[in-house]
Design a protein around this ligand. Structure first.
Ligand code: G3P
Ligand code: CA
Length: 245
């Protein structure tokens, strides 16, 4: 990817902790703070619908219990994904990827879809289904969504069904073979826990032609360090602190 079409600032899960994560209300609030790119977490319902939720379990961020991916979308769609956060968001539903795609495409927002399989056994299939759905939803769009995952199997699945969609490998540590894996998966970016970036890792990534992104950066000193290193984008919860210029 010679031309990098994405903004430098990305709002994590919509609006960080200011609204219930991964709900349309959160993405709208992030946009009100000036953000034009969002990160979200995508997984599969039992009947194969791509929906947005971070945890495998429903318990923390909805009024449901148990594994979200064990339930059909018809059940998930009736859950309250807002009350856990605060009364102001009571009744906010879980969105599908299609719901968020409509919001983004209708407003010219960019999206980073983190493929977040419920468990490793369905990592490849989750990558395939999410990528196929993203390719369908963004058909003809000027800028495609950036697909990322901690799971190489998910990125391999995405690459198999929609090789044209850009991919990024998420890293929470520099495990053996990270750079080779990113290249094998034809990634355009590495998205690292921000402390992993230093002059050496940035140079390694850049000389391999990869963009350098960071998550989740919530302090001004950390953001400044990353810009000074020459990294390309920052994912933040602090949409109220950082103005996305
Ligand atoms: O995609 C970056 C970041 O969201 C990865 O960590 O746990 O917040 O999904 P997590
Ligand atoms: Ca995420």
């Amino acid at each position: 990817m010679k031309h990098w079409p994405y903004p430098r600032w990305v709002a994590h899960r919509g609006a960080g902790k200011l609204a219930p994560e991964n709900t349309l209300a959160a993405f709208r609030l992030g946009a009100e703070h000036g953000y034009r790119m969002f990160e979200c977490d995508a997984k599969l319902s039992a009947d194969g619908v791509v929906f947005l939720m971070h945890d495998a379990e429903l318990d923390r961020t909805t009024n449901g219990t148990g594994i979200g991916g064990d339930r059909p979308w018809g059940e998930l769609a009736r859950l309250d994904a807002g009350s856990w956060h605060s009364r102001a968001w009571a009744g906010e539903p879980l969105p599908t990827l299609e719901n968020l795609a409509r919001l983004c495409l209708g407003n010219g927002y960019h999206l980073n879809i983190e493929i977040k399989p419920t468990d490793v056994a369905i990592a490849q299939r989750t990558g395939e289904v999410v990528a196929r759905e993203a390719a369908r939803l963004w058909t003809g769009a000027a800028v495609p969504p950036l697909l990322t995952s901690f799971r190489p199997e998910s990125l391999a699945g995405a690459k198999a069904v929609a090789p044209q969609l850009p991919r990024g490998l998420l890293l929470d540590s520099l495990w053996q073979g990270w750079l080779e894996m990113a290249l094998q998966l034809d990634c355009v970016a590495l998205v690292c826990s921000h402390a992993l970036w230093d002059a050496a890792t940035v140079a390694q990534a850049k000389s391999a032609g990869l963009r350098c992104l960071s998550y989740t950066v919530n302090d001004e000193w950390a953001a400044q360090r990353l810009w000074d290193l020459g990294t390309d984008a920052i994912i933040t919860d602090r949409v109220d602190l950082f103005a996305p210029v």
